[in-house]
Design a protein around this ligand. Structure first.
Ligand code: HEM
Length: 226
């Protein structure tokens, strides 16, 4: 089994599986976050607190962390190994158009990791290990974390955080435009007919995820700062 983990096919397989898992997480995360744009934050607070406290999410959280760690670990390992094997990049095929994103997946992944560390320090860390204000929607019998105040407090008051998040999301968008179809190609959808379809679906997915996440800091920037 350990042979498979470090074989070329095993590495690509784990990159793909962890990548697909992270792409599913992004859909859920964006769905909850889009509630930040509706009303006074009650819907977002209720949904985010439900996600943060229900037992299923408690099991998924460490799996998610492992997904990120494995994805980053294998990306570094594969890139270093490839660099050693061929210091000079070769052309895959004379008529294959390689996008800028596909050529720079490691760099984009590194930039997203830096963004993610800042992002986790901004929100996740404070929720888990710091103190976050609470709010009650039922006259005081239950208090839940006021995550809306935490997010809005950052995006309403610091324009450069808005810009930082938008830039981080642009890196994510570029990473996904290649990562989406590449992941599905690796796990077997690699015939010509499916490749073109996957590229299109991947592009639509990347625009929704990129545009969706970017719209949140953009909303606070335009409404409260500009
Ligand atoms: C405008 C954009 C975003 C906002 C407002 C936002 C908001 C949040 C908040 C409030 C939390 C803490 C939730 C809690 O602990 O209860 C969180 C956690 C997290 N975010 Fe984001 N996020 C954004 C974009 C992203 C992006 C682009 C990624 C991935 C590249 C990401 C990955 C994560 C991860 C891994 C966690 C920790 C797991 C979790 O608590 O769900 N976020 N985010």
């Amino acid at each position: 089994m350990s042979k498979f983990f470090f074989s070329s096919i095993g590495q690509k397989f784990f990159m793909s599986i962890t990548g697909i898992f992270l792409m599913l997480f992004l859909i859920v995360h964006l769905t909850i976050n889009s509630l930040l744009l509706i009303g006074d934050g009650e819907l977002f607070n209720k949904a985010a607190n439900f996600m943060g406290t229900n037992p299923i999410m408690k099991v998924i959280e460490p799996i998610l962390a492992l997904g990120f760690i494995l994805h980053i670990f294998y990306a570094g390992y594969i890139t270093l190994k490839n660099q050693k094997a061929r210091p000079k990049k070769y052309k895959v095929s004379s008529n294959t158009k390689v996008s800028w994103a596909s050529d720079n997946m490691f760099v984009l992944g590194g930039l997203i990791t830096i963004f993610l560390i800042i992002h986790l320090a901004n929100f996740f860390w404070k929720v888990k290990f710091g103190t976050v204000a609470t709010i009650s929607y039922d006259g005081g019998s239950t208090e839940i974390h006021d995550l809306y105040a935490l997010v809005a407090g950052l995006f309403k008051n610091w324009w450069w955080y808005d810009i930082l998040y938008i830039v981080g999301v642009v890196f994510l968008f570029l990473h996904l435009t290649h990562g989406f179809w590449s992941a599905f190609q690796t796990i077997g959808w690699n015939n010509n007919k499916w490749l073109n379809r996957l590229k299109l679906i991947g592009y639509v997915y990347s625009v929704i995820i990129g545009g969706g996440f970017a719209s949140i800091p953009l909303f606070f920037l335009i409404k409260y700062i500009l």
